[in-house]
Design a protein around this ligand. Structure first.
Ligand code: 5GP
Length: 175
């Protein structure tokens, strides 16, 4: 059986949200040379659109976290498989995440970053799924809100598929 995808956020709606976030970040960080840290892999398209829309000098780095256990039952066991390469001491850091679901991944990364004494640590997320939150996460710049459901497209995958889609879809049936 093929996966059935239902469009949730069309490209135009994503574009509007990304532009709004970029404007907010420009207002707060122009002249501060912020460091955007993309959380791999899902944020790569969001990050690339966000940095272009922000139109301010900035730097980027990446971190990759893998959460063990089933996608639908969070185990809380989050492992960093690729760390940042930049010294963030006294830097203005913006963590760029695709989706905040239970909040467990972001919590582990935030604690790890805080320990390195940045001047400032903000969170920018494209989508939040509030209903599934297990750990409180303060999202400073939020694009879109979704109910529960598994989302794909615009960088988000299901078993590495669908990242290329320009919109965001809910998978209604998975094989
Ligand atoms: P959390 O730790 O907040 O439960 O999950 C965060 C990570 O799980 C996100 O960075 C994302 O990679 C992945 N994730 C959570 N929900 C979804 C979803 O609906 N679709 C996809 N493709 N990934 C998700």
């Amino acid at each position: 059986m093929e996966d059935h995808l239902k469009l949730l956020f069309p490209p135009e709606e994503i574009h509007l949200a990304v532009t709004r976030l970029a404007n907010e970040i420009r207002r707060d960080f122009a002249g501060k040379m912020p460091l955007f840290i993309g959380i791999l892999k899902g944020s790569f398209i969001f990050l690339s659109d966000l940095v272009r829309a922000s139109k301010i000098p900035l730097e980027i780095d990446f971190i990759r976290a893998i959460s063990y256990g089933s996608r639908h039952v969070s185990s809380g066991d989050v492992r960093i498989t690729k760390d940042i390469e930049t010294d963030i001491t006294n830097r203005h850091v913006i963590l760029v995440e695709d989706i905040v679901d239970t909040g467990l991944t972001l919590n582990v990364i935030v604690e790890r970053m805080k320990a390195k004494n940045p001047a400032d640590l903000k969170i920018c997320a494209l989508v939040e799924k509030h209903i599934r939150r297990e750990m409180p996460v303060k999202i400073d710049y939020l694009g879109l809100s979704a109910k529960d459901g598994f989302l794909v497209g615009y960088g988000l995958d299901y078993n590495e598929k669908y990242r290329y889609l320009p919109g965001i879809y809910i998978i209604e049936k998975q094989v």
